[in-house]
Design a protein around this ligand. Structure first.
Ligand SMILES: Nc1ncnc2c1ncn2[C@@H]1O[C@H](COP(=O)(O)OP(=O)(O)O)[C@@H](O)[C@H]1O
Ligand SMILES: CC(=O)OP(=O)(O)O
Ligand SMILES: [Mg+2]
Length: 417
C-alpha cells in the first residue's frame, strides 16, 4: 500500500526545499531534499531519506526557475513520490491580509500574482511551483502557509511607513517575513519551558542567506526588521538591507540607473557579496578574512548592524529576557554570534565561550540575565503542522455538509497507476 504523506515545499530565491511527512498515528519525517543554485552554474538536487541519512546528488539541467520546477516535478514522478501525497504545503512569503494558512483557490492565486511585487524575489517562484503541483496532483489540496502572518500582531507604530498616508491604502506598509521560522522558534521556546515564550521579552535572530530579526513581547510579535519587502533591515547574503532613499535618486541622476537595475543591485549584488566582492556565503568570508580586508569588513558590517538591531529591539521591548540565534549563520557560527554579542553586557547579554564554540542549545552562562539560545529552525515542520490542521478543518466541514466525502482520502489520483 502506498504510504500516505504530506509534501512540504519551501521555495526561496535560489532554492527549492522539500520534505515528505509520512502520516500514521503520528507524523514521521521521510524523504527530504533541496534543489539549489537555481539560475547559477551547477544547479543540483540533493536528497536523503530520514532513516538512511546519507545524501545523494543529481545534476539538474535547468536554465531558470521554471525549468528547475519542471525538473523537480519530473523527478518526483519518476520516483513515484507523489502517489501517496494527500496534501501539499507551500511556504508563501507574502499575503497582504491573510493570517491563517489557506487552501489554494483560483481567486487566491490571482490575488497573490497581483501582489507579487511585494516580494519580487520570492513570490513568483513560489506561485509557479504551486501551479506545477496543482497540475501534477489535481485532486490534492494545496495549502499556502504565509511568512507574513506571524507579524500581523505588530502595532501600527511598527508597521507604518513614514511616507505620505495615501500610499498606505495601496498596501505600502511594513509586513515582515521569515514568519514560519519565527513560529517554530516560539514553539520551541515553549517546549523548552522558557518562560519568555508566553510572558517576557524575546529577540529572534534568523540569520541565513536572508537575515532578519523579530521582537516578541508576551508571545506576540511587536516589530521585525524586514519591511515592505524582504530586502529591508539587516545586510544579507546579497541584499543590502536598509538603504538611504537618497542612494537611488543619486544613482539614477548621476549614473542613469533604472529602477530594475537598482532592484538587481540592491537584491543580488549587495550585502556580503557586494561588500566582499567575493561571496555571499558567510563560510567563504570567514575562511579568508584574515587575508582579505574586504571579507573582514563585510563580516564586521553584518555583525555591527545585527548588534544595533538587538539594541533597538531591547529598547522597543523595554529590556530583554531571551535572545535566539537561528538560520545557517546563527546556528553554526560561534564567531559571528560572539562578534554580535560583544559589548552587549550592559543589556545582560553574555556568552559562555565553550558553549558558544560548541553551538550548544544555550550559549549564555548558567546564571545570566538574558538566556542566549541557539535553535535550529524547522520551517518544514511548521508547514506540515499547518497542512494537517487545515485539512482536518476541511474534513470536518465536509463531514458536516456531505458525510461521505473526505479531503484526506483525496490522494493523488492524477499520478497513481
Ligand atoms: N558553519 C558555518 N559557519 C558560518 N556560516 C555558516 C555555516 N554554515 C552555514 N553558514 C551560512 O549560512 C548561510 C545560509 O543559511 P541558510 O539558513 O541555510 O540559508 P537559506 O536562507 O538559503 O535557507 C550562508 O551564508 C552560510 O555560509
Ligand atoms: C523572506 C526571505 O528572505 O527568505 P529567505 O531567507 O529564504 O530568502
Ligand atoms: Mg531560508
Amino acid at each position: 500500500m502506498t504510504q500516505e504523506s504530506i509534501l512540504t515545499v519551501n521555495a526561496g530565491s535560489s532554492s527549492i526545499k522539500f520534505e515528505l511527512f509520512e502520516l500514521g498515528e503520528t507524523m514521521h519525517r521521510g524523504l527530504s531534499g533541496k534543489l539549489d543554485r537555481i539560475e547559477q552554474e551547477g544547479t543540483r538536487l540533493t536528497f536523503s531519506d530520514y532513516e538512511h541519512a546519507e545524501s545523494q546528488t543529481v545534476d539538474c539541467q535547468a536554465s531558470d526557475h521554471f525549468s528547475a520546477v519542471d525538473f523537480l516535478i519530473d523527478w518526483f514522478e519518476s520516483k513515484e513520490i507523489l502517489a501517496g501525497v494527500t496534501a501539499v504545503g507551500h511556504r508563501i512569503v507574502h499575503a497582504t491580509q491573510l493570517a491563517q494558512p489557506e487552501i489554494v483557490t483560483p481567486a487566491l492565486l490571482d490575488e497573490l500574482y497581483r501582489d507579487s511585487q511585494f516580494a519580487p524575489q520570492h513570490l513568483i517562484n513560489e506561485l509557479v511551483i504551486v501551479e506545477a503541483c496543482q497540475r501534477s496532483m489535481p485532486n490534492v489540496p494545496q495549502v499556502l502557509c504565509f511568512d507574513s502572518s506571524f507579524h500581523h500582531t505588530m502595532p501600527r507604530v511598527a508597521s507604518t511607513l513614514p511616507i505620505p498616508r495615501r500610499y498606505e491604502a495601496k498596501g505600502l506598509k511594513r509586513y515582515g517575513y521569515h514568519g514560519l521560522s519565527y513560529t517554530y522558534l516560539m514553539q520551541e521556546l515553549q517546549r523548552l519551558g522558557d518562560p519568555a515564550a508566553s510572558e517576557g521579552r524575546v529577540i529572534l535572530a534568523h540569520l541565513g542567506n536572508g537575515a532578519s530579526m523579530a521582537a516578541v513581547r508576551d508571545g506576540k510579535c511587536i516589530d521585525t526588521s524586514m519591511g515592505f519587502t524582504p530586502a529591508a533591515g539587516l545586510p544579507m547574503g546579497s541584499r543590502s538591507g536598509d538603504l538611504d532613499p537618497g542612494v537611488f535618486s543619486y544613482l539614477s541622476r548621476r549614473e542613469g540607473l533604472k529602477s530594475d537595475e537598482f532592484f538587481d543591485m540592491a537584491n543580488h549584488e549587495s550585502g556580503l557579496l557586494g561588500m566582499s566582492e567575493t561571496s555571499s556565503d558567510m563560510r567563504d568570508l570567514l575562511a579568508i578574512e584574515s587575508n582579505d580586508v574586504r571579507a573582514a569588513e563585510a563580516i564586521d558590517v553584518f555583525c555591527y548592524q545585527a548588534k544595533k538591531m538587538i539594541g533597538a529591539y531591547a529598547a522597543a521591548l523595554g529590556g530583554l529576557d531571551t535572545l535566539v540565534f537561528s538560520g545557517g549563520i546563527g546556528e553554526h557560527s560561534p564567531e559571528v554570534r560572539a562578534r554580535i554579542c560583544a559589548s552587549l553586557e550592559f543589556l545582560g547579554i553574555e556568552l559562555n565561550d565553550k558553549r558558544n564554540a560548541d553551538n550548544d542549545p544555550v550559549v549564555s552562562p548558567m546564571v545570566s540575565r538574558v538566556n542566549v539560545r541557539v535553535i535550529p529552525t524547522d520551517e518544514e515542520l511548521v508547514i506540515a503542522q499547518s497542512v494537517s490542521e487545515t485539512v482536518a478543518k476541511l474534513d470536518r466541514s465536509f463531514d458536516q455538509h456531505s458525510p461521505n466525502v473526505s479531503a484526506t482520502s483525496a490522494t493523488n489520483q492524477g499520478t497513481q497507476s
